[in-house]
Design a protein around this ligand. Structure first.
Ligand code: 2MQ
Ligand code: ZN
Length: 374
């Protein structure tokens, strides 16, 4: 087996790269979209479904699994792979973002972040070391450092101090999990808010530490698409060319294609799974909502270009009926389809980069998604 952490770039098309990232649970072909499975499940799907739609790697959340059922319980029951019967790679986020976006009453000190559980209000402390230990217990293949994701619009001085703390925490995370330890990888997370000079400083400080990959954090936090692209265009090229770049929490189909064009290799977002549950479906002709009356007697497949079980088996009328009746099967079929849309797009992206045809692919998706506001 090739050493975990090995990142091979097989083809380039402009700044876009197609490559492979080796992990302890197999090879990930990049650019890759990672379905979000926050509580050890991609909502409404089982591992067979994820194999059917050709998901390569899924994302779990340290904060949630630490809170419930507990990372030590998961460790005793085989880590996420044994517990959730998922035999492919898992990336876990460190809890940084979840604590800031979910937990109440938190305080940040040099030691770590104290917060109250969103479930029962009990007090907790995440230190960088603790965040790594939880991810080790979960059996994560790709761990993230504990970081502070500053809110959109945070002023310069706080952002500058915060990124320095995130760098010191990142070094402590690396000390807690030395490079190469049992084939698990650790990624640094670039912060610096919406200030280009601070992004440069954060990236340069993190590159002093040996990480197997680098994430770009602090984006997709309420800024406009143009602002996100501005900071991304500034930050991505600073990061090492020979390491994977992961844009956290992104995004719409066009955000992802624009990220690939700027040299990003990995993405995760709740959009396809969350939108599935409110009836918003991604198709080759743009975004639609299945509850629209026009689908009431429409016997055609949701998306004739899609190869997923829902599109092969059922009509738009049936999918609309399930949604209007709030049937559980609606969540499952809509989620299967939306995730397959994202994963199939990434398969087309990898193929197109290999053939120097990425820009044509991006233009095709833009034509379908320009008018439907993403
Ligand atoms: C939806 N937008 C979004 N922005 C993020 C930034 C960070 C970020 O700056 N740090 C961490 N650790 N996670 C982030 C996440 C969670 C990714 N699953 C983000 N999600
Ligand atoms: Zn489909």
């Amino acid at each position: 087996m090739t050493r975990p952490g090995t990142f091979n770039i097989l083809a380039r098309d402009g700044a876009a790269r197609h490559g492979t990232l080796e992990t302890a649970h197999g090879t990930v072909r990049t650019p890759v979209f990672m379905p979000v499975g926050t509580q050890a499940t991609v909502k409404s799907l089982d591992p067979r479904d994820l194999h059917d739609i050709r998901a390569q790697i899924v994302l779990g959340n340290t904060y949630h699994l630490y809170m419930r059922p507990g990372d030590e319980l998961v460790a005793r029951l085989g880590g996420l792979h044994g517990f959730a019967a998922w035999d492919r790679p898992v990336l876990t986020d460190s809890g940084g973002y979840q604590v800031f976006s979910l937990a109440g009453l938190r305080e940040i000190t040099e030691t770590g972040v104290t917060f109250r559980s969103h479930i029962d209000g009990s007090p907790h402390l995440f230190t960088p070391e603790k965040a790594v230990q939880i991810q080790q217990n979960l059996g994560s293949d790709i761990m993230m450092v504990l970081d502070e994701c500053v809110a959109y619009g945070t002023e310069y001085d706080y952002t500058a101090k915060s990124l320095e703390l995130t760098t010191r925490w990142a070094a402590r995370c690396r000390d807690e999990h030395p490079i190469g330890q049992n084939g698990r990888l650790l990624f640094g997370i670039v912060q610096g808010g919406f200030y280009e000079d601070l992004r440069t400083i954060s990236a340069q400080q993190l590159m002093e530490i040996p990480f197997e990959g680098f994430a770009i954090g602090g984006l997709s936090v309420g800024e406009s698409p143009d602002e996100m692209r501005r900071l991304l265009a500034h930050t991505a090229p600073i990061l090492p060319d020979d390491k994977p770049r992961y844009l956290m929490g992104v995004g719409t189909p066009m955000d992802i294609l624009d990220g690939v064009a700027l040299g990003v290799d990995m993405f995760d977002c709740v959009l396809p799974t969350r939108n599935a549950r409110n009836g918003t479906l991604f198709t080759s002709f743009g975004k639609i909502n299945i509850k629209q009356a026009r689908f009431k007697e429409d016997d055609s497949p949701l998306d004739p270009e899609c190869d997923c079980y829902a599109c092969r088996t059922f009509s738009r009328a049936y999918l609309r009926h399930l949604y209007m009746a709030r049937e559980l099967l609606s969540y499952r079929l809509n989620t299967l389809h939306n995730l397959r849309f994202y994963l199939k797009m990434m398969e087309e992206v990898r193929e197109a980069i290999g053939q120097g045809a990425f820009e044509a692919l991006r233009a095709r998706y833009r034509a379908a998604y320009e008018q439907s506001e993403q």
